[in-house]
Write a protein that binds this ligand. Structure first.
Ligand code: KIV
Ligand code: NA
Length: 268
């Protein structure tokens, strides 16, 4: 069982992948990945939106519940969607709390900034573990003008380092660093006791995270810092085309598919 405390003592690099449904969560969990992130990347990866901005608390809650039901050992982290945190104090707490109380998450992740130091402290004190997230924070795409690398000037790097320290101080149990120079990620990792988990942040973080559809080769437009470790899109296409051909040619259903037991209880 991965725990927020255990991560700190783990000697192997931390592995984290996103998941948005129970089947995928169970495959990732069985493979021994440490953390399942129910990312708001579900907006583009599962829900068909152009960005993460339209994703709702209900979307994340329902997907988190599915991922929690589909997994046993991995730590399940629910990603708080755009404007679900920081608008109003009690609403923030209630939204984050739902992910643990209703959906079965172990922790939440917040896209972090100066405004989330206090929130991180508050949630942590209430018993809601917080994973912080600095560097490229896609919910700010309208300010950033695109999904560009962050922390590239000295001032910006300083800001990220000081926010990283502030979030550790506020009680965050881990920090995602997205799309920042490798030397900055190394410096932040060095400065913190809590683990850093990088994406497009070089190899010196304590762990790595990628979006599952990029890893599987399911998405058609993976970012350049992601690597494709499989070709699931091609495998799906093959299976679906074979099914189509089988139905059209009359080879499916065959005799053996036409005399199944009445009860489907054994299926799962
Ligand atoms: O939503 C997401 O998938 C993320 C990861 C890229 C860290 O926030
Ligand atoms: Na996210």
């Amino acid at each position: 069982m991965t725990t927020t405390r255990g991560l700190r003592e783990q000697s192997d690099p931390i592995t984290m992948l996103t998941a948005y449904d129970a089947h995928t969560a169970s495959v990732i969990d069985d493979a021994g990945i440490d953390i399942l992130l129910v990312g708001d990347s579900m907006g583009t990866e599962a829900l068909g939106y152009d960005s993460t901005l339209p994703v709702t608390v209900e979307d994340v809650e329902s997907r988190t519940a599915a991922v929690a039901r589909g997994s046993d050992d991995a730590l399940v982290v629910a990603d708080m969607p755009f404007l679900s945190v920081g608008v109003d104090e009690s609403e923030t707490i209630r939204n984050a709390g739902r992910m643990l109380k209703e959906a079965g998450a172990d922790a939440v992740k917040l896209e972090s900034g100066p405004h989330t130091v206090e929130i991180t402290d508050q949630l942590t004190h209430l018993g809601i573990p917080v994973m912080a997230h600095l560097g490229l924070t896609p919910q700010h795409v309208n300010q950033l003008g695109g999904y560009t690398r962050q922390g590239t000037t000295e001032a910006a790097a300083e800001e990220i380092l000081s926010l990283a320290r502030a979030h550790e101080e506020a009680g965050a149990f881990a920090l995602v660093l997205e799309h920042v120079p490798a030397n900055l990620a190394a410096q932040v990792t060095d400065a913190l006791d809590i683990p850093t988990i990088g994406i497009g942040a070089g190899s010196d973080c304590d762990g790595q995270v990628l979006v599952i559809s990029d890893v599987l080769g399911l998405s058609e437009d993976a970012p350049p810092f992601a690597d494709q470790f499989g070709d699931v899109r091609a495998a799906m296409t093959d299976a679906i085309e074979e099914y189509k051909t089988a139905v059209e040619s009359g080879s499916f259903p065959a005799e053996e598919h036409s005399h199944v037991e009445d009860s489907l209880d054994d299926l799962d």
